[in-house]
Design a binder for this molecule. Structure first.
Ligand SMILES: CC[C@H](C(=O)O)C(=O)SCCNC(=O)CCNC(=O)[C@H](O)C(C)(C)COP(=O)(O)OP(=O)(O)OC[C@H]1O[C@@H](n2cnc3c(N)ncnc32)[C@H](O)[C@@H]1OP(=O)(O)O
Ligand SMILES: [Co+2]
Length: 139
């Protein structure tokens, strides 16, 4: 398995619109596209651009969303996960599992249209890690 770039930092928010305003006003940041829903993942998503990575703003799609649970603990939201790219998600899952990591569920399609998985926070000292297969055009 080869660790790829830091694709994004996931930031939970109760309001993507308000967070966009904050990133624009305080950081002069650009928004990539417009917010979009990922019902299967329970989130509304919008990416903030940065030169070498992105901020992934994530808002609960509904009350069953993992982000709704996160906001119940931290109503203002905050840093939720980091996402690293890997060349082959299945190989990464197999190797990490063999090394004792707890992979949360089977790979599914994430916000960039490629397979993703999450690794339990306890494997990384309390940090939720997402692995995302590098888009083919970026190989
Ligand atoms: C997929 C679309 C998009 C993309 O990039 O493509 C996204 O990134 S969507 C992101 C939203 N989706 C997910 O987060 C899916 C993975 N998350 C989960 O499976 C759960 O949220 C899980 C397992 C991390 C926690 O769920 P659980 O119901 O167990 O929540 P608890 O509140 O009971 O927490 C248990 C334990 O984990 C700690 N925890 C929870 N969330 C986080 C977090 N974001 N970062 C770090 N730690 C977290 C929580 O504090 C508890 O710790 P404990 O020591 O047991 O008190
Ligand atoms: Co993510």
């Amino acid at each position: 398995m080869k660790l790829g770039r830091l694709n994004h930092v996931g930031v939970a928010t109760p309001s993507i619109e308000k967070s966009i305003e904050t990133y624009r006003t305080l950081l002069g940041a650009d928004v990539i596209g417009t917010p979009f829903d990922l019902p299967a993942q329970g989130v509304k998503v919008c990416f903030i651009d940065a030169p070498n990575t992105q901020i992934e703003l994530i808002e609960p799609y509904d009350e069953s969303s993992p982000i709704a649970g996160f906001l119940r603990k931290d109503p203002a939201g905050g840093q939720h996960h980091v996402c690293f790219e890997v060349p082959d998600i299945d190989q990464a899952v197999a190797e990490m599992t063999a090394n004792g990591a707890t992979i949360l569920g089977a790979p599914r399609i994430g916000a960039h249209g490629t397979p993703i998985v999450f690794v339990h926070p306890r494997d990384f000292g309390g940090m939720l890690v997402e692995l995302m297969e590098t888009p083919k055009e970026d190989h």
